[in-house]
Design a binder for this molecule. Structure first.
Ligand code: PLP
Length: 415
């Protein structure tokens, strides 16, 4: 139909703009046929013509050891022939559950899903069931997966096609959502004062990893937790990006905070699909009688993901690994600041461990509005120029660059 043709045309326009679709955007380089990445090895990606790229997308932060690390590949190889016993708990699932509970003090039990998105949705349902309340507070621009339209941040999903989600999708389960500016305590205080009796949970990324890399201002998260609890609301930390990224465990411990529910994903699957939610026993008891199939999905606790996750966490215990990521991250951040300075381009560079966000703006960035000031045209040009020079970045100004354990000093210097 004309409508679907128009939709297709618009989708193509967005994709070939090189900002949102990683695979299509390669077409912009050299103007030829799309270049697809066919292989990943350590810090590098290789396209079909054999060109090598230093990769900082790192599977949208899903990997931290680099592409196809030997230990993880071996673990997957060992498990694969076992008949893939999913659907019933396996020892691997119990082992990963226990491992996570050992290192994240706020969780007594963990359950697995196939993705971070599913784990977020279940965490919200759990908070509603536990409190008997319905409303959810989240923060502007944050991303908690690709599920309900109100949880999908600006700049992703249908909104990139200029289509209002509400046009084609019936209202979701998430009608009762209040979105507030991140890093400002007053708006939260105000909402909890007026509507606290209906708020089931406050959902937050303890370090925002989606509209760039924005750490909380000193005292912000502490105040958030205190106020949520005073209003009888649970605190859900979405640590899909942050857990095991900045240190061995969840980032909540760096702030000395214990959320009621923690959502995990990405790194804990060692490059295989995963999501997880965990909480103290009192909360997890609510789902205990429910079998995994109907609560967590067909792929919950899949042995390949469990095996890869366990092997990855084991490798992350290596002495000095996080200190090395911090050193490389700092060097990269400084290099970007220096290069921008030489070119006279105003930038903000945020860095935490091996994670980096680059904003093309002279103004400080501490919330989504700040991030939005970053010049997206300039970012698109920068993305293409870097790709041409063999450096592969996250194809959107909101995404973070992730240095992995496979990157070397030489890679960072070259970048
Ligand atoms: N929450 C956060 C903070 C994320 O960064 C993401 C993915 O980028 C998700 C949830 C959704 O996870 P998934 O893509 O595994 O569904």
């Amino acid at each position: 139909t004309a409508a679907s043709e128009d939709l297709f045309r618009r989708a193509l326009a967005v994709a070939s703009g090189g900002v949102h679709s990683p695979s299509r955007s390669y077409a912009a380089v050299g103007g030829g046929a799309p270049r697809f990445m066919v292989r990943g090895e350590g810090a590098y990606l290789f396209d079909a013509d054999g060109h090598r790229y230093i990769d900082y997308l790192s599977g949208y932060g899903a990997i931290i050891l680099g592409h196809a690390p030997e230990r993880v590949v071996e673990a997957v190889r060992r498990v694969a022939p076992d008949g893939l016993l999913f659907g019933t708990p396996t020892p691997l699932e119990v082992e990963l559950d226990e491992r996570l509970c050992q290192v994240i003090p706020s969780v007594d039990r963990v359950r697995f899903t196939a993705s971070g998105t599913e784990a977020v949705m279940t965490a919200i349902r759990l908070a509603r069931a536990f409190t008997g309340k319905t409303k959810l507070v989240k923060f502007d621009g944050s991303y908690h997966g690709h599920s309900d339209p109100v949880l999908v941040s600006a700049g992703s999903g249908f909104s990139t096609l200029g289509i209002a989600d509400s046009a084609g999708i019936p209202p979701g389960v998430m009608e009762d959502v209040i979105s507030l500016p991140y890093n400002q305590i007053e708006p939260l205080e105000e909402v909890l004062f007026r509507q606290g009796a209906q708020v089931a949970a406050v959902l937050v990324e303890p370090v925002v990893g989606n509209f760039g890399l924005v750490p909380p201002k000193p005292g912000y998260l502490e105040a958030l937790v205190e106020q949520a609890h005073a209003a009888g609301a649970l605190v859900i930390f979405d640590e899909v990006i942050t857990a095991f990224r900045f240190g061995y465990g969840a980032v909540q411990d760096r702030f000395g905070l214990r959320p009621d529910i923690t959502v995990l994903g990405k790194i804990i699957g060692g490059g295989m699909p995963i999501g997880a939610y965990g909480a103290r026993a009192e909360i997890m008891d609510l789902v205990a009688p429910l079998g995994p199939m109907y609560q967590d999905g067909t792929w919950a606790g899949h042995p390949l993901s469990m095996a890869a996750g366990l092997a990855c966490l084991e490798a992350l215990r290596e002495e000095g690994l996080y200190a090395r990521l911090e050193r490389l991250g700092r060097r990269l951040a400084q290099g970007l600041r220096d290069a921008a300075g030489r070119a006279g381009v105003p930038v903000q560079v945020h860095q935490m461990g091996g994670a980096i966000a680059l904003y093309f703006t002279g103004e400080p960035v501490d919330d989504f509005a700040g991030c939005e000031r970053s010049d997206s045209e300039r970012f698109a040009r920068f993305f293409r120029a870097m790709l041409q020079r063999g450096v592969h970045l996250a194809p959107s100004k909101y995404e973070v660059w992730f240095v992995t354990a496979a990157h070397t000093e030489a890679d960072v210097e070259q970048t």
